[in-house]
Design a protein around this ligand. Structure first.
Ligand code: B12
Length: 387
């Protein structure tokens, strides 16, 4: 192999990337992304439609691109006690987009120095770019596509952030993992008969192995979705306040996960120690101070209060009723709607008294619907295959 490629690999590893693999650029297989979008499985993520052409043709992102360098950052936090509200593990860090970006800037410089090219010869992304990161990662052999739709690494399990560098430099491609050589679009080949992730999903969000329907996925509902969360999906959210790791944590491949160097991460393991009562009492000021630098701040206070009300409604803990009754008079209808649901779920018949003042003042149709709806509605059991 060209010694310059080995030099690049060592530089990228030294920068803090735990996995470095290369895929040769080639046309993306027609089908999976288009089918997913056509079925509406991207929910309200309209940007997925707007960027589809680029995701399918990296030449539109970087003309003349020849290779994709796929990078993985191991974020397995080891044991993380979460007795109260449960956070997705990726979120108990300063925003990974911000902590990984400086290393990508350095990576770009390394390519320029080592291969004598200019900055126009590469483009890097972490998460937010129009690149099918999991597809390229599987093609590069960084891992394989699991039934849970995750890129699973035999070395790190499910706990890798991915980043991609498209480059016009022709690099030698690494081989995909053996079972995937015949083609990537076969999620679950290395999962064998295991269906733990599909069976464990609390909201039955898998339309098929490897295919997530975002409309039912707790990660989507609690992070990306801006509006009211469908009532029948709220019980399945359980104690999950932000994101969901269920389909990741049940995966047997995690037996290889180990705490890593964490060079590109900044832990916020204080967040799981916040009690639900603290979250329900957040103000704009305490929200901004607590979640500064984290990805959670993008959810905004209203979104976090919405999620906290759902978690509260699922706890069965009626000591939270005074705080929830207070939130039923919050300035924002989004918060009021979920607070009313939680009070009615926890207090049963006693809810009318607790909510009488709030109800008398209510004018918003969506919130009024929460006073009428059945708060004990349990999740639908049939997996959704609805388009
Ligand atoms: C939109 C999105 C979501 C949506 C939709 C999820 C989904 N399954 O698509 C929601 C909000 C639900 C979500 C949730 C989560 N996400 Co997300 N998400 C993304 C994002 C921005 C785009 C994913 C996408 O394109 N989906 C469309 C589907 C159809 O594509 P796909 O599943 O990736 O794979 C298809 C294609 O690759 C294609 N394909 C087939 N053959 C080939 C061959 C080649 C060569 C190529 C290129 C493609 C290709 O077919 C595949 C199968 O259908 C990526 C970042 C990125 N830019 O890629 C992060 C990303 C996938 N998310 C990530 C994470 C961590 C999560 C969560 C774990 C967060 C959490 N704890 O709450 C959950 C996991 C849910 C799950 N099981 O998927 C990580 C995953 C890392 C990993 N090891 O896999 C990513 C890569 C972000 C990152 N940079 O680290 N996410």
């Amino acid at each position: 192999m060209d010694p310059r490629q080995e030099q690049l690999r060592s530089r990228l590893t030294a920068l803090g990337f735990d996995a470095v693999r290369v895929a040769r650029m080639e046309p993306v297989p027609d089908g999976p992304l288009q089918d997913w979008l056509a079925a509406g499985r991207h929910a309200d993520m309209a940007w997925m439609e707007r960027t589809a052409a680029k995701r399918l043709d990296p030449g539109l992102v970087l003309p003349g691109a020849r290779s994709v360098i796929m990078l993985g950052v191991n974020y397995w936090p080891g044991t993380l006690r979460q007795d109260g509200p449960v956070w997705a593990r990726y979120a108990v860090h300063d925003d990974y987009h911000d902590t990984i970006k400086p290393a990508l800037v350095e990576a770009g410089r390394a390519i320029e120095e080592i291969f004598g090219v200019g900055p126009e010869a590469h483009r890097w992304y972490v998460d937010t770019g129009p690149v099918l990161e999991r597809g390229w990662a599987a093609k590069s052999g960084l891992g394989f596509a699991g039934k849970n739709a995750m890129l699973i690494s035999p070395r790190f399990g499910n706990w890798l952030f991915l980043a991609a560098i498209l480059t016009q430099v022709e690099l030698a491609a690494d081989a995909p993992l053996r079972a995937q050589r015949s083609g990537f679009a076969d999620p679950g080949l290395l999962c064998g008969k295991c269906t733990r992730c599909l069976d464990a999903c609390p909201t039955q969000a898998f339309a098929a192995p490897g295919v997530v329907d975002a409309r039912r996925c707790i990660s989507y509902l609690t992070i990306e979705h801006k509006g009211i969360i469908p009532r029948d999906l709220r019980p399945g959210i359980g104690a999950r306040i932000y994101g969901c790791d269920v389909c990741l944590e049940v995966c047997p491949w995690n037996r290889f996960a180990q705490e890593g160097r964490r060079l590109l991460l900044s832990a916020r393991f204080d967040l799981p120690r916040l009690a639900l009562a603290d979250l329900l009492a957040l103000t704009p000021e305490t929200f901004a101070a607590t979640f500064r630098k984290t990805a959670i701040k993008r959810l905004k206070l209203a979104g976090l209060l919405r999620n906290a009300c759902i978690v509260a409604g699922n706890t069965g803990d009626d000591s939270l009723l005074p705080a929830l009754a207070g939130l039923a008079r919050h300035a924002l209808p989004l918060v009021r709607a979920h607070a009313v649901w939680a009070v009615r779920r926890l207090a049963g018949k006693g809810a009318d008294k607790l909510l009488s003042e709030a109800r008398a003042a209510e004018t918003d149709a969506a919130v009024l619907a929460e006073y009428e709806g059945d708060p004990t509605l349990t999740p639908r059991t049939a997996p959704s295959s609805a388009a």
